[in-house]
Write a protein that binds this ligand. Structure first.
Ligand code: SF4
Length: 285
């Protein structure tokens, strides 16, 4: 019996960068440092940041009266950022550059007269932020079904994509729109980290019976990583911590694979691997 870890798993470039920004600010600042919204979608990593660096997480600008606020990795709508500045708070931007690029492309599409479609999760902070940067002038589509239900597709359409979406979903949407529009401009804003994570997870899931996909319950990229593993043929479970592993899942199983979303800290991957070892599935390097 064995455990194997996907070749790429856990913290991506944007998440590492955001923590580096927060660490540096927390070391240098004399006053209070907070993040506006959770810096990333992982409760254990956020709790560790509070414990080790004293950085608080705010849910809205109204909760901050002084000090520095750091903008979350997923980005925020411009009016929220402006509100923080108007309150006299010092604003530091830790938005992932891939998300900033998506926001800028969405804004430009609207400025150039395109009807903006954003492929992504309607209630995800990244999508809400992108819509804000496009002045609220756009339509969110979560799947092909959303397009099929529309009475009329505009003739001039611009498309941006939540950075953690699946490539296959994008291709489906593009094919549908290409056949129904006169002018279609597509910006594939899925980030390279997402592609690398999904491809490594797929490769491992193809040769494993069970996959454990570690990540925050609200982490969209972790949810999609589980789907990728399931589609590749492994029975796949989304867990946030090692305590959620159900030994029943592993009955009669020889090979267990582990992968983790872009916002999952290494310490949580280590805990899961350790627990699997105790259950009789040692790590095969
Ligand atoms: S998943 Fe991609 S877009 Fe999101 S933070 Fe990581 S690198 Fe940036």
């Amino acid at each position: 019996m064995e455990t194997r870890i996907a070749k790429v798993a856990g913290y991506c470039y944007g998440v590492k960068r955001a923590f580096e920004i927060v660490d540096k600010i927390a070391e240098q600042a004399e006053g209070k440092v907070s993040t506006l919204g959770p810096l990333i979608h992982n409760p254990q990593a956020i709790a560790a940041m509070k414990k080790e660096k004293g950085v608080e997480t705010l849910t809205q600008v109204d909760e901050a009266d002084e000090g520095i606020v750091v903008l979350r990795t997923h980005g925020l709508p411009p009016e929220v950022i402006q509100k923080a500045k108007d309150k006299g708070l010092e604003v530091i931007d830790a938005t992932c550059p891939f998300v900033t690029a998506e926001q800028n492309k969405a804004r430009k599409l609207v400025e150039n007269g395109y009807h903006l479609f954003i492929l992504g999760e309607r209630n995800h902070p990244e999508v809400i932020g992108v819509m804000g940067h496009a002045g609220g002038k756009g339509t969110v589509i979560e799947s092909l079904e959303d397009l099929e239900e529309m009475e009329k597709i505009p003739t001039k359409v611009g498309l941006v994509v939540q950075t953690t979406q699946k490539e296959a979903t994008l291709q489906e949407i593009v094919a549908y729109l290409a056949a129904r529009t006169l002018d279609l401009k597509v910006h594939n804003t899925i980030c390279s980290a997402t592609n690398e994570l999904q491809s490594a997870a797929r490769n491992l899931a193809e040769v494993m019976e069970v996959m454990l996909v570690i990540g925050g319950k609200k982490s969209g990229n972790t949810q999609r990583l589980r789907l990728v593993c399931e589609e590749a043929g492994a029975q796949s479970y989304h867990i946030e911590t090692d305590e959620e592993i159900n030994p029943e899942w592993l009955k009669g199983v020889e090979k267990v694979g582990v992968t983790a979303g872009a916002s999952t800290p290494d310490f949580m991957i280590d805990r899961v691997v350790k627990k699997l070892g105790k259950l009789g599935f040692p790590l095969k390097q």
